[in-house]
Design a protein around this ligand. Structure first.
Ligand code: ARG
Length: 561
């Protein structure tokens, strides 16, 4: 039962949609005021009345009874008290029957969402700057699937460009097979860095020639390129596994080599292409943007050209309802330009392209990444966090079995959660100690809460208890927990609508805090029969909702901690 919906359906405000009323229904921090409250300030303009008067009028008209016990109007707020016992029964039944589907829906049935995320660059470091796109994209992928959409995960590989000519040149001069095979992506990257530091004029010229050779299909150059690509992909795939990330397509920039000419022809036909200093551009001055460069004066295509071809290809191939690009805000202009050009080409679906921009992640103890040298590899951050997690767990519970396995879930979870807890556009400073704080707003806090709930249930089973039914009038901390758990389906929906997995992360922390308050305030196993059954149901429901939340974020839940 969705109380917000239930209430919204019973309120009529001229010119305001039910959905808007539903969205505005808040849960007041102090539940003595009410379980739900509708602030009426927003409607003052449409209705040309004061919020106080609106709240009073709505109160008079509201049909009290059924699920709603009491309605009051206070200072422009319309407050609702629900019948807590029937609320509890509804919510518990729903969670305990739906289990791992609790929060899921079919609203996306028949719809497709393409998600372009992680999009690594071949032969370049997979560094901490890639954390957000990877885990945000992965979370959005699972969230949309959970809501019934077909999700298509696309890794738009950065595998096109002159840097591969440089790499081959560096390899020819300084590299050898054994070393690269042994050192993998790190060895490849070292060659690239060395080229940038040491290359002579002569080598720069050679590099351009190697790039031309790749383009013209030269066998040796392409074999080397493919080798570097493979090394990169087998390396990043190991990290994707750790992060529970997968893709349906690895069609990168190179894939569009033969798909750009038709786009250029179409731009020409539609008279959108202009000559400017030998280059071809689409003029966007009317839209207050710099021109979108399509072909350089030497005829070479650009990043934007490939993105135009990619968008058209995706529409033709997947017929998406939405296509998301999970890419840092530094590329705001790029996507605005690409989307605008598609709109000018008459692609009505250009409105379905969304740049899901996010802020920067840096480490507390150092800068993020620099061009020629000091780069923080994501793998290092994950490994370090897992190591630290091991130390923390070992201190807290030395007798724990499978410590390494638990540390893996806790450490990886902390890195993921660190990137997902805040509103995505915010810059984040990652701190190992804060991320691994058992008392903080952290994944380990939520994981620990799950382990605590599970241990209560295990003990109950060991004592021979069962809990198929059992209902009491909930006390304040029980009612708060129930309300928090009840908000999960709406939270998942809002997370998808706003492309904000952080809503789910916040839900998890909030629900965990409320579970722990309940756990401290109420006896569970020592309580009387009816209470015990009710509280065991509540404990199990909390475990289900928290597990679903963490799973959507890509975070594992250890059984014991
Ligand atoms: N490889 C690019 C980068 O690292 C990101 C690609 C994003 N996707 C896209 N379709 N442009 O900056």
């Amino acid at each position: 039962m969705d109380y917000r919906r239930y209430i919204a359906e019973r309120i009529l405000i001229d010119g305001v949609k039910k959905e808007e009323i539903e969205e505005n229904l808040a849960v007041p921090p102090d539940s003595s005021m009410g379980d739900y409250a509708l602030p009426c300030f927003k409607f003052a303009k449409v209705l040309r009345k004061s919020p106080v008067a609106i709240a009073e009028e709505l109160k008079e008209k509201f049909p009290v009874g059924g699920e709603i016990k009491e309605v009051s109007a206070v200072n422009g707020y319309l407050n609702f008290k629900v019948d807590k016992r029937s609320l509890a029964e509804e919510v518990l039944n729903q969670i305990l029957t739906e289990k791992e589907r609790y929060g899921a829906s079919e609203e996306g049935k028949g719809k497709t969402v393409c998600i372009d995320y992680s999009s690594v660059n071949i032969a370049k470091p997979f560094h901490i700057g890639h954390l957000s796109t990877t885990v945000l994209g992965g979370a959005l992928y699972r969230i949309f699937q959970f809501l019934g959409y077909r999700a298509v995960g696309i890794n738009h590989l950065g595998d096109y460009g002159t840097q591969f000519g440089k790499l081959i040149c560096a390899y020819k001069h300084w590299g050898n097979k054994e070393e690269v095979e042994k050192g993998g992506i790190h060895a490849v990257n070292d060659l690239y860095v060395r080229f940038n530091n040491e290359a002579t004029e002569e080598m720069e010229k050679e590099a351009r020639e190697y790039f031309r050779l790749i383009e013209s299909g030269d066998q040796e150059a392409n074999a080397l390129f493919e080798w570097f690509k493979e090394l990169t992909l087998s390396y990043v795939k190991k990290i994707y596994d750790k992060l529970h990330i997968s893709f349906d397509s690895y069609a990168g920039e190179r894939f569009y080599t033969d798909k750009m000419q038709p786009v250029i022809d179409e731009l020409n036909e539609k008279k959108l292409l202009k000559e400017s200093e030998g280059a071809k551009i689409v003029d966007l001055e009317k839209f207050n943007m710099p021109p979108c460069l399509i072909l350089r004066s030497d005829g070479a295509s650009l990043y934007a050209t490939r993105d135009l071809a990619a968008a058209i290809y995706r529409k033709n191939t997947y017929d998406f309802d939405k296509c998301l690009y999970v890419v840092a805000y530094q590329q705001n202009l790029h996507f605005k330009q690409v989307f605008k050009v598609l709109e000018l080409m008459g692609k009505e679906w250009a409105k379905d392209l969304v740049h899901v921009a996010y802020g920067m992640v840096s480490l507390e103890d150092g800068a993020m990444s620099t061009r020629k040298g000091k780069v923080v590899w994501l793998e290092e951050v994950i490994n370090k966090c897992v190591e630290k997690a091991y130390t923390v767990i070992d201190e807290k519970n030395p007798a724990l079995e499978n410590k390494a396995e638990v540390a893996e879930k806790v450490g990886v979870g902390a890195v993921v959660f660190g990137a997902l807890y805040n509103n995505k556009i915010k810059d984040i400073v990652f701190s190992y100690d804060k991320a691994l704080n058992f008392e903080g707003e952290t994944s380990v806090y939520v994981q620990y809460t799950c382990a605590r709930a599970r241990s209560v249930l295990d003990k109950a089973i060991a004592e021979g208890y069962s809990w198929n039914d059992g209902i009491i009038e909930p006390c304040a901390s029980e009612a708060e927990l129930i309300k928090a758990l009840a908000s999960f389906p709406a939270t998942v929906k809002a997370a998808a609508e706003n492309y904000e997995p952080s809503y789910i992360a916040r839900f998890a922390v909030d629900a965990a805090q409320k579970f722990n308050k309940f756990y401290i305030d109420c006896k569970i196993l020592q309580a009387g029969d009816e209470e015990r059954k009710f509280r065991l149901r509540l404990t199990q429901a909390a475990l289900i909702a928290l597990t679903n939340a963490l799973t959507l974020l890509g975070i594992g839940v250890p059984d014991k901690m």
